[in-house]
Design a protein around this ligand. Structure first.
Ligand code: IPM
Ligand code: MG
Length: 373
């Protein structure tokens, strides 16, 4: 029997290409796994009005870890008209399956390493080594929203915030939309602690909490206050506090000054794209959604519909996500070999996909990395 059971969810678009490419490399490494396919993505939205079918959720309950490629998602009207005729007009709502996965399995930590591999022509600067810890289940992604604003919610808000609400006198409920930003103390503590533990384990000198507590006083404030308490348990590591807007500026100016960053869901989403671009963009941006029961590893890029079937996109982000998975399940030696192989191919510069200015295919990149394994 294989040693591991791995959930295998290519999704759609170029998700399929990058997963195929990664499989070539995992096989070459000698990773002893049974891969269990999971249906997810646009195909299942169209035919079942559910891009994350229950059978996939069940499958994920019985694996050691999972890999996920990418999925297509379109705005409300386009999503509705893509449904097969018998499913149309029934108020089905498209919700991002990856966001649902994160919430269903309480994958509360999103870990996004952004490392500049030497020789990558896309590096903004060399020697960058940033790691973003993004709270992955709370905040603006919780999906607690209103439009129109219900009258009883309006009454309550008027009672608690009379000055602010009076500025909307005369605005109809239909003309007001609200998205809530909910943080829990436990959610803040967990993500900050994960960030500090990582900094300690890998020798980073600082953890920067990226929020906006001068304006968003309660939620960002809670995150920063908890970070200050937790920092006391890590005497050798400095806690820096930086507002999200300033952070974006500093990351462009002096990215080498930073190490581990920790933030809430939406700010973490934004700042991790910025960090990814500093080290080559989406073709290199790997991530892990980590929970207690299961963890799902995925490249941060989307399904890139315009490149579908062209065997063109860079599979390195997916491969590095697989490397994170290997680390997570304790196969560090194999993870190290995979990362070294990727680093060598980048450094040699002989095989490059289009984003790196080359003309090699997804498969050629996979074969080049496999050859170094
Ligand atoms: C990411 C993506 C997702 C997010 C989208 C696809 C819902 O941008 O993983 O960063 O916003 O979390
Ligand atoms: Mg994102």
């Amino acid at each position: 029997m294989p040693k591991y059971k791995i959930g295998w969810m290519p999704g759609d678009g170029v998700g399929v290409d990058v997963m195929d490419a990664t499989r070539i490399v995992l096989d070459k490494l000698g990773f002893d796994a049974e891969y269990v396919h999971g249906d997810i993505g646009w195909e299942f939205w169209k035919t079942e009005a559910n891009p994350l079918p229950d059978r996939t959720i069940e499958m994920l309950k019985n694996v050691d870890a999972a890999l996920f490629g990418a999925i297509t998602s379109l705005p409300k009207e386009e999503a509705e008209s893509a449904l097969i005729p018998e499913l149309q007009g029934k108020n089905h709502v498209y919700r991002s399956p990856i966001v649902r996965l994160r919430q269903t399995f309480d994958l509360s930590t999103n870990l996004r390493p952004c490392k500049a591999y030497s020789g990558n022509p896309l590096n903004f600067k060399d020697d960058l080594d940033l790691v973003v810890f993004r709270q992955n289940t709370e905040g603006l992604y919780m999906g607690v929203e209103y439009h129109p604003l219900p009258q009883d919610v309006r009454n309550k808000l008027t009672e608690t915030h009379p000055a602010q609400m009076s500025r909307m006198d005369g605005v109809a409920n239909e003309d007001i939309a609200i998205s809530t930003r909910i943080f829990t103390r436990g959610g803040c503590q967990n993500i900050v602690r994960d960030a500090f533990e990582y900094a300690k384990k890998f020798g980073y000198k600082s953890v920067t909490v990226v929020e906006k507590p001068n304006v968003v006083r309660e939620t960002s404030g809670l995150m920063v206050r908890e970070a200050r308490k937790i920092a006391k348990d890590y005497p050798g590591i400095e806690l820096w506090e930086t507002n999200i807007d300033a952070m974006c500026m500093w990351l462009v100016k002096n990215p080498q000054d930073y190490g581990v960053l920790v933030s809430s869901n939406m700010f973490g989403d934004i700042v991790s794209d910025l960090c990814a671009q500093l080290v080559g963009g989406l073709g290199f941006a790997c991530s892990g959604n980590i929970g207690k029961e299961v963890a799902v590893f995925e490249p941060s890029h989307g399904s890139a519909p315009k490149y579908v079937g062209m065997n063109k996109v860079n599979p390195i982000a997916m491969m590095l996500s697989a490397k994170m998975m290997l680390d997570h399940i304790g196969e560090s030696e194999m993870a190290g070999r995979l990362e070294k192989a990727v680093a060598e191919v980048i450094a040699e510069g002989k095989v490059r996909t289009y984003d790196m200015g080359g003309s090699n295919t997804t498969t050629e990149m996979a074969e080049a990395v496999a050859a170094k394994c």
